[in-house]
Design a protein around this ligand. Structure first.
Ligand code: AMP
Length: 396
């Protein structure tokens, strides 16, 4: 079965075509600057990346261009569009309505629309992608895979905020959590790597990318996670502040004469390690700047490690123990010094990293020494493959 996996944002659309039997990526790429000017990036398996500048007034044209590239007689990977058996869409916010992936129909679209006030930047954009695909690939079944679904197993004590209960009842104000597809994929893969039953492990997954979140997975279920109603809560991220005293928000807004919207923009786009360093949200830049003696870049990396270690400690407490800690996503998969920095706080859990193994990047590896009480793993995430698998499971 060939599955087209779509991750649609407001002006971009990432895609992969995966052969679900072999799990090989046949082609991948993205459309950027949709509605502005338009650029298609297309890379067939084993081939060169092609970049085409072309007008894409809407997502429908973007989808058409992707499909044209896929069936292009010279560089395409499909003979015809009939070879696309299903489409898997990444959908960000399913609220409390979706605890699992689902076949997309009009009722589902309406329910996702209802969740849009919880994710005004993401859900409408995701649905534009769904509509564009429906327009072009009329009868092909489509599946929605939600970032929030995996965390719907969290108990009430983990997801309730300490605010008036009526706000939960009336507006569904609560912790939802994100990166669920990644946390689910990585925690399952960890159990496979260790040859242990998934439903017998206490695992903490550290998804450390530009957006970063941690998840406590107990017996195969998410029991707590660091992102909240929105992806702003929790860890210090590339440009997001993570946890902050709400009173500080009002204080800063008043001092800087900013509206609520403007200060939230600062917390989302100008904060995190970028805000602290004043330099970059990219951990590679921060590392080279630290080496050259830039104190703020060094502090930004320290704050990131410290906050992450504190969350790991709190999730070890929440589960009354931890068997496995996994590092994944851009920073988690590549930055051994950050992993070392985080694990330097975790000696009390009986964790000892293997210095040589911890040099590894982007490949599955056991990073702790054999007699470490908690096993530390590097598990590259693969959200597209997880979406493909969910899609196939529902179509079949
Ligand atoms: P992601 O959001 O998972 O794509 O992660 C993107 C982030 O990963 C980048 O902003 C970098 O901070 C970080 N990253 C990617 N490659 C490396 C690397 N080789 N070393 C350190 N950090 C990296």
């Amino acid at each position: 079965m060939n599955v087209l996996v779509i991750n649609c944002g407001s002006s971009s659309l990432k895609y992969q075509v995966i052969d679900s039997d072999s799990e090989v990526v046949l082609a991948k790429g993205l459309c950027e600057r949709i509605g502005i000017d338009g650029r298609l990036v297309y890379q067939p398996k084993g081939g060169e990346k092609e970049i085409t500048e072309a007008s894409m007034p809407t997502h429908t044209e973007a989808v058409r261009m992707v499909l044209d590239a896929l069936v292009n007689p010279t560089t395409g990977v499909l003979k015809s569009l009939e070879e696309i058996d299903a489409v898997g869409h990444r959908l960000v916010h399913g609220g409390e309505k979706f605890a699992a992936s689902t076949l997309i129909n009009e009722k589902v679209i309406a329910a996702v629309e209802e969740c849009s006030d919880l994710a005004p930047l993401h859900n409408p954009a995701n649905l534009i992608g769904v509509r564009a695909c429906q327009e072009v690939l009329k009868d092909v079944p489509m599946v929605g895979v939600f970032d929030t679904a995996f965390h719907q197993t969290m108990p009430k004590k983990a997801y309730l905020y300490g605010v008036p209960y009526e706000y939960y009842e009336k507006y569904k104000v609560r912790k939802y959590g994100f990166h669920g597809t990644s946390h689910s994929y990585v925690s399952k893969r960890a159990a496979e790597m260790l040859n242990k039953p998934y439903d017998s492990l206490k695992t903490i997954v550290c998804h450390l990318g530009n957006g970063a979140s941690i998840c406590a997975v107990e017996n195969g279920k998410s029991v707590d996670t660091s992102m909240g109603l929105s992806p702003l809560e929790g860890l210090i991220m590339g440009t997001r502040s993570g946890d902050i005293d709400p009173s500080a928000v009002e204080f800063m807004a008043k001092k800087e004469n900013l509206s609520l919207e403007e200060i939230l923009n600062v917390l989302n786009k100008e904060s995190g390690v970028y805000g602290i360093s004043g330099l970059s949200s990219d951990f590679r830049d921060l590392e080279s700047a630290s080496k050259e003696g830039d104190e703020r870049a060094k502090t930004a990396r320290e704050v990131f490690c410290y906050r992450t270690a504190k969350y790991i400690g709190s999730y070890a407490a929440a589960m009354n123990g931890v068997d496995v800690i996994c590092f994944t996503a851009g920073v988690g998969e590549n930055d051994g010094r950050i992993r070392e920095g985080i694990c330097s706080y975790l000696g009390y859990l009986g964790i000892t990293l293997d210095e040589n193994e911890n040099q590894k990047r982007g490949e599955e590896a056991v990073l702790s020494v054999p007699d470490s009480k908690v096993t530390v793993l590097l598990v590259p995430t693969n959200e597209e493959l997880a979406i493909c698998r969910e899609t196939v499971a529902l179509i079949k």
